[in-house]
Design a binder for this molecule. Sequence first.
Ligand code: F6P
Length: 421
Amino acid sequence: MKGNVIVGQSGGPTAVINSSLAGVYRAAIDRGAKKVYGMRYGIQGLLDEQYIDLSKYIKSDLDVEILKRTPSSFLGTCRFKLPDIHEGGEIYERIFEILEKLDIECFIYIGGNDSMDTIKKLSDYALISGKPQKFMGVPKTIDNDLAVTDHTPGFGSAAKYIATSTKEIIRDGLGFSYKKKMITVIEIMGRNAGWLTGASALSRGEDCDGPDLIYLPELPFDTEKFMSRLKKLLEKKDVITVAVSEGIRTKDGTYVSELGSSVDYVDAFGHKQLSGTASYLASLISQEIGCKSRAVEFSTLQRSAAHIASRVDVDEAFVVGGEAVKAAEGGDSGKMVVINRYSNDPYQCSFDIYDVHRIANDERLVPREWISKDGTDVTDEFIDYVRPLIQGDSPSVMVGGIPRHLFIPVKTKREKAEKGE
Ligand code: F6P
């Protein structure tokens, strides 16, 4: 590799997003990159010339291993939409000026469908203006909603956390089942895709019945039917657990989260912050059924639970990072690394690259045939698809009984002022 590499992270983090960062770093160094820069807060930070030399923070093999097990975006993230390439000339000139100054050969962006929009636009701009830099995407999202790839790094670990925690919540509830009725509603992320919510079904086994009802956002949610199903279930059992996606919507397209006191925030890509679905439904249950009800929102826990990350996920996240560098060095641009699966048992997959234009801004949803007929569960095919992705453990490096993380020290305003920054 003749030039340097710059890597950024964008969108919601995952438990293994830094394993991809470690993979990019390792591959770039192994391929002879003189410097590997990290964008602080993605493309938004880069525009303000916020970047670091990663070798100052990753100093040993142990640091690489700790980085692989550190949740959140090590470099910082953003949800920033680049303007259309024909309308945002100045922004693009600015970005390429910075890339030229840093002698960047490969620009790697770790992210989901919105982040692939950035790769698409930058690679298109480079092509039409004859710029030599190569732009590659590394898939990442707990939502598992990227097109073309079999699955996305980050999903397996979040699925493992969701299945495990759902099982523990169900067990907790069963302890109270003596002459007492209780309904727990668990809210799971994933926006308009139900992959994560469906993963709650993996809690099912000899020792656990799993959730009694599972509601994915792929199908319209009917509150009346939901209530009558609960009432029927309560005739048979006292403790009920329901898994709902944060993105379930009524027939007219209204998010259930908006029916309660939801948060009123919309990001640069027009995505509403979805939160409050479980608490809305739990209070409705108390009002209409009159039994004890509880809302559990996994919220950011499900994407930061690196202590229970899947080994398969950590390893694949690392590999896709390296593959992106390899492809960019080989001259590819405007593409994303994808995972192809050959078999579930034994689990076998390979890595490839694919045109990002087909992936950016698209959403891959759970197919209807993987959802039960009555729309309140997932099928065995769904379980068979997810099961291999939650396998194996990746134990954290423990210090004082708590996982150790790699981090960039945050300077206070005062420290910055003292250094004249
Ligand atoms: O896209 C990943 C994701 O975790 C979604 O599942 C969720 O809706 C969203 O990010 C939440 O993002 P934020 O933390 O910015 O509110």
